[in-house]
Write a new protein. Structure first.
Length: 280
């Protein structure tokens, strides 16, 4: 079980680099849908190469009866999640979108109970309180600007994010995490294609490759492996270390300031994750 928690922590740490890569990609003039499209495309190529060469697997070798599951997973976990997330950013702000994405642990606790019969313990609720408070502080609540519609789309993003974990948990019961991710990304790519531009400036390519490798290929493979042994609700709570990593990376790489309030929020998030880890 402890290994599974470590994998969730590592996965969330790679996701924390997403904002760094996205910042550099936006500076090259790439729009959101195109960025996600190439992120997914490059991740598919990396994952396909890895599976074929190192694992001797055919990435496309899946039963036809499972295609409906991958079509659903690709729609929810890739297309719907990023559509809602980026639209929330557009009509409000990035901090507000991040805040509502991390309502996901609360929904994960509920879904874990309903679908997998995972117990709702006092430790989980305490950890959930710590991480939710920490997220409020790390995204700098005082500067958040939003419209009422953003609440609907933002909370919907959190619900979709929680369902991602549920579908991943169901998927790894029958497939390897690599094949699960490959087919999910493939269907997600199909859904994204009509909304994307098919050319990007050369300056964006190295950052798109980094985005594809670290927070996509590596992050989701690690997370899917973790879900083989970790409860969905616990994994979702631990994964809230992502904004902490994002803030630290932004401080060192982008020169952004790190306030005392954000530091305290980060401590609360890490404390909640440690609480779950040590009481597994």
């Amino acid at each position: 079980m402890k290994k599974g928690y470590a994998l969730v922590f590592l996965a969330a740490s790679t996701w924390g680099s997403l904002g760094i890569f996205a910042t550099y990609i936006y500076r090259c003039g790439v729009d959101s849908f195109t960025m996600v499209f190439f992120r997914v495309l490059f991740a598919i190529l990396i994952l396909g190469f890895y599976m074929s060469i190192f694992r001797r697997e055919n990435p496309f070798s899946v039963p036809r009866g499972r295609l409906w599951f991958y079509a659903l997973y690709g729609f929810v976990g890739v297309f719907l999640f990023y559509t809602l997330y980026f639209y929330t950013v557009k009509i409000s702000s990035a901090p507000f979108a991040v805040l509502l994405v991390y309502t996901a642990p609360a929904f994960s606790v509920i879904l874990g109970r309903l679908i997998f019969k995972e117990p709702i313990t006092r430790i989980k609720l305490m950890a959930l309180f710590l991480v939710m408070t920490g997220v409020l502080l790390t995204v700098n609540l005082g500067r958040i600007v939003f419209r009422s519609l953003a609440i609907v789309t933002g909370v919907s993003t959190g619900i979709v994010y929680a369902f991602y974990g549920v579908l991943a948990k169901l998927g790894v019961r029958k497939e390897t995490p690599e094949r699960l991710l490959f087919m999910t990304l493939l269907f997600g790519l199909i859904y994204l294609a009509p909304f994307s531009s098919y050319s990007v400036p050369s300056c964006a390519i190295p950052y798109l490759l980094g985005l594809a490798f670290f927070p996509t290929f590596l992050g989701y493979v690690l997370y899917n492996y973790a879900l083989k042994e970790v409860e969905v609700s616990r994994a979702s709570i631990i994964a809230t270390v992502e904004p902490v990593v994002a803030i630290v990376l932004s401080f060192f790489l982008l020169g952004e300031t790190l306030s005392l309030t954000q530091t305290f929020g980060a401590v609360l998030i890490i404390s909640g994750s440690i609480l779950i880890h040590t009481n597994g």
